[in-house]
Design a protein. Structure first.
Length: 129
């Protein structure tokens, strides 16, 4: 089954979870854990389909297979470095950011969960319905 990009069920679930949590925050129903780590958990499964869709449209990606390991690992490393090393170390940018190893752990957990989901959901030997 070809990768569905912006119609991928995991991407759509992350999109929905993000907006449900935004509503929960407005109603003061969110928890400290969700406020601190939810976006980090859904970061990779949310952004990878968008990135791959853009690559496909720009003809930088020549196939519609599910994300390969390298297509998941590169954003994982990039986000981790950018948001947990580079930005927090640049005080002159006046961006209020703090390095948090827990964020990197959440990026990794989200990436691993996404990789497992995509490998199972798009497995070609599943019976067709």
């Amino acid at each position: 089954m070809p990768f569905r990009y912006l119609k991928d069920p995991l991407f759509l679930a992350c999109f929905g979870v993000y907006w449900v949590h935004r509503c929960m925050k407005c109603l003061d129903l969110s928890t400290l854990f969700l406020r601190s780590y939810l976006n980090d958990l859904i970061c990779i499964p949310f952004w990878v389909p968008i990135i791959l869709w853009a690559h496909r449209r720009l003809r930088l990606r020549r196939h519609d297979f599910p994300p390969e390991a390298i297509e998941i690992v590169i954003p994982l490393i990039a986000w981790s470095f950018l948001f947990e090393v580079l930005i927090p170390s640049r005080r002159e940018w006046s961006i209020p950011a703090v390095a948090d190893p827990g964020d990197v752990l959440c990026y990794c957990v989200g990436a691993a969960a996404a990789a497992i989901f995509w490998s199972i959901f798009y497995r070609s030997d599943l019976p067709k319905s």
